[in-house]
Design a protein around this ligand. Structure first.
Ligand SMILES: NC(=O)C1=CN([C@@H]2O[C@H](COP(=O)(O)OP(=O)(O)OC[C@H]3O[C@@H](n4cnc5c(N)ncnc54)[C@H](O)[C@@H]3O)[C@@H](O)[C@H]2O)[C@@H](O)CC1
Ligand SMILES: [K+]
Length: 477
């Protein structure tokens, strides 16, 4: 089962793996054409209704695969207004093949007669709301015939995520959906899932498609994309500053650092973009817990760990914080080992390296799959999400597992973990734990790869702050 957001991500990731969109559409069209032939009708009269999105592209491709049966194609709208290059390519191929095509400029011009079979490629997963004209009339016309209706991917007009049909929608006899079944199709009896060549790797590995989760609506307000509170520093000062700056570079609106007073000026000195508040004493300790919880109340995500150190009072404070806190937190570095000893209602992403992972009771492994299995076990035991750092990062909550392959050996330099914690804080502000950790790992690794391109060795963690916005914009190394 896959919803439309996830499906769009997987499509994009497949393309990044070298599976071209045009080939996916060929496979989709071919699968639909095969379903028509499987009806075993003797030279049936076939009507193909194609919208101007990629659902229509699939239908136009099916029409080409059925060209020997002389289908009648109805394109809903002017060919100049076909919305994607790949659908245009299929339209052009159909014209070159001289398959009869009616261009329906106006809903009143649509007349589909009484075909035996209809291919419904009016609207697919890209629909939003009630079908407009000429799609509306086309859907009505399909339902008014006695034809066997084969819907491409989804009955046109249905919201595939909910199964809702807010206006007119196609009543389908059969649905050929692609790659995996969709939530809205659950109650339909005749659904065939066609493999269109998207490999499991497109789901397992993070890719540029994952960035689609971070798309911002144009009417966004300050604060919509996250207020992040870093609790760190004391023995170290660079770590909390890096984490907080990385959160901002990854799209958080505000980053605040709570850090011991003696180092607060130093932390602030790294960047005027940060809000820095000092807490009395040389390190974080239990007397600070109530202040931290108060500060956390109007934040989206807490980042616990960068530069905290492992002094006993600090560990005690982290434990008390986790026991009282019920929001979202990224737990990094020395704070990680505290998690297994406490009960918490908070939703956590832990970002251990392999040593810290073993400290959580995680078994070491010989290969990536072994690490993934072992990480899944620890995540399930803790009831939290792990982002296990390594040459390939493992992101898992014990149920879903993703692997991130961006990043390079230069990133073993100190501070990149703080950057990752900050980026994870930013993505966690708006996303669920597994997608948040997955996109954070992808972004941070890509920022490292982009930074490495312009460095002849000697990569610094702070270099990633400069390349994160490009990684966020989809640039690839
Ligand atoms: N992206 C890919 O790699 C693949 C996509 N595939 C097909 O692509 C489909 C999704 O394509 P698209 O995202 O182009 O979307 P659709 O083909 O579902 O087209 C919807 C288009 O119509 C418009 N529209 C939205 N709501 C409308 C409404 N209420 N009334 C009238 N018009 C409306 C929108 O501008 C949108 O572009 C899938 O369902 C599937 O059939 C397949 O070809 C497989 C590969
Ligand atoms: K459809």
């Amino acid at each position: 089962m896959i919803d439309s957001t996830e499906m769009a991500i997987v499509d994009r990731n497949a393309v990044a793996l070298g599976v071209r969109e045009t080939n996916l559409m060929e496979s989709a069209g071919n699968a639909v054409a095969r379903a028509v032939r499987d009806l075993d009708l003797d030279t049936p009269e076939i009507a193909v209704l194609a919208g101007r999105g990629n659902n229509g592209g699939d239908a136009l491709t099916a029409a080409r695969f059925l060209a020997d049966l002389n289908p009648t194609v109805h394109l809903l709208g002017h060919p100049d207004r076909i919305r994607s290059a790949v659908t245009r390519e299929k339209y052009d191929a159909l014209q070159s093949a001289e398959v009869a095509t009616n261009v329906i400029r106006d809903a009143s011009a649509l007349s589909i007669g009484e075909p035996e079979v209809i291919i419904d490629g009016v609207l697919g997963t890209g629909v939003s709301g009630t079908p407009r004209e000429p799609e509306r009339t086309a859907i009505q016309a399909i339902n008014d015939t006695e034809a066997t209706v084969i819907s491409v991917d989804v009955p046109s007009g249905m919201d595939v995520d909910t199964g809702e049909r807010p206006g007119v929608s196609v009543v389908a006899d059969q649905i050929i959906t692609f790659h995996d079944t969709k939530p809205g199709l659950a109650d339909h009896e005749n659904v065939t899932v066609a493999n269109i060549g998207i490999p499991p790797a497109a789901e397992r590995f993070t890719g540029p498609g994952d960035l689609q989760r971070l798309t911002r609506p144009t009417d966004a307000h300050k604060g919509d994309f996250g207020r992040v509170l870093v609790v760190g520093g004391g023995p170290y000062t660079g770590a909390p500053a890096l984490a907080a700056q990385a959160a901002l570079r990854a799209g958080a609106d505000l980053a605040t650092v709570l850090t011991p007073e003696p180092v607060a000026d130093q932390v602030q000195g790294f960047s005027e973009d940060l809000i820095v508040r000092g807490l009395p004493g040389a390190r974080i300790e239990p007397t600070h817990v109530s202040t931290i919880l108060e500060a956390a109340a109007d934040q989206d995500v807490l980042i616990l760990g960068p530069g905290l150190g492992a002094a006993d009072p600090t560990r005690e404070a982290v434990g008390q914080l986790l026991e009282a806190y019920e929001g979202k937190a990224v737990v990094d570095a020395d704070a990680i080992s505290v998690v297994s000893a406490v009960e918490t209602d908070a939703s956590l992403i832990l970002t251990p390296h392999r040593g810290e992972f073993e400290g959580l009771g995680g078994e070491s492994a010989d290969d990536r799959d072994g690490w993934a299995t072992s990480a899944g076990r620890v995540a399930a035991d803790l009831g939290q999400t792990l982002l296990l750092k390594g040459p390939h990062d493992v992101i898992t909550d014990g149920d879903r597992t993703r692997i991130n392959r961006t990043g390079n050996p230069g990133m073993t330099v100190g501070g990149t973990g703080d950057v990752l914690a900050g980026v994870t804080g930013a993505t966690f502000a708006t996303l669920d734990p597994v997608p948040a950790a997955a996109v954070a790992a992808y972004l941070t690794g890509m920022a490292g790869d982009l930074a490495a391109e312009s460095r002849n060795g000697g990569l610094l963690a702070s270099d990633l702050l400069g390349t994160l916005p490009s990684a966020l914009g989809g640039e690839q190394a």
